[in-house]
Design a protein. Structure first.
Length: 156
């Protein structure tokens, strides 16, 4: 959700100097996925199993909820429907870090964003990490590349 929120801010504020996204959800979901979640709600389910701790490093545990609330998930999906068409008008630089072994967000979503984004895209593959890359094996690489990118786009 953090990447989607970052992209939304960038879409609403073109004066932003640059964006950093790490394993972002970027793509609208197929109607059958949305229908399935809506069916769960109609059946009285409000949560689906949680997605926390998608981390390759066995010594690291993420503090996360045990379940994912369906209503906010549907809200995220609806937001992506509105957001995705805006990528083609976003011209600020984008640092896009993604984990090919992400088990939460399909890594192809990074390709979708990179293909549709109007501004320059700098891609970094986080080969040793899963979804929670900021806590995983590549956390130092995430930090170093993010700081360097921020300094560069800020002109420092």
């Amino acid at each position: 959700m953090g990447g989607a929120l970052t992209l939304w801010v960038g879409s609403m504020h073109p004066e932003v100097l640059g964006l950093v996204c790490i394993n972002p959800a970027t793509q609208p979901q197929p109607p059958e996925v949305i229908e399935m979640l809506e069916d769960f709600l109609e059946q009285g389910m409000s949560l689906i199993p949680g997605i926390g701790s998608d981390i390759a490093d066995p010594d690291v545990r993420e503090t996360a909820y045990e379940g994912t609330p369906i209503n906010p998930l549907l809200s995220l999906m609806a937001g992506l429907e509105d957001l995705a068409p805006r990528y083609s008008s976003m011209t600020m630089p984008l640092l896009l870090l993604n984990s090919p072994q992400d088990h939460v967000v399909d890594p192809a979503q990074a390709d979708f964003l990179a293909a549709g984004f109007a501004g320059p895209v700098e891609r970094v593959a986080l080969e040793r990490s899963y979804h929670v890359a900021t806590m995983d094996y590549d956390k130092d690489l995430v930090f170093e590349r993010s700081v360097a990118f921020g300094l560069r786009v800020a002109g420092r």
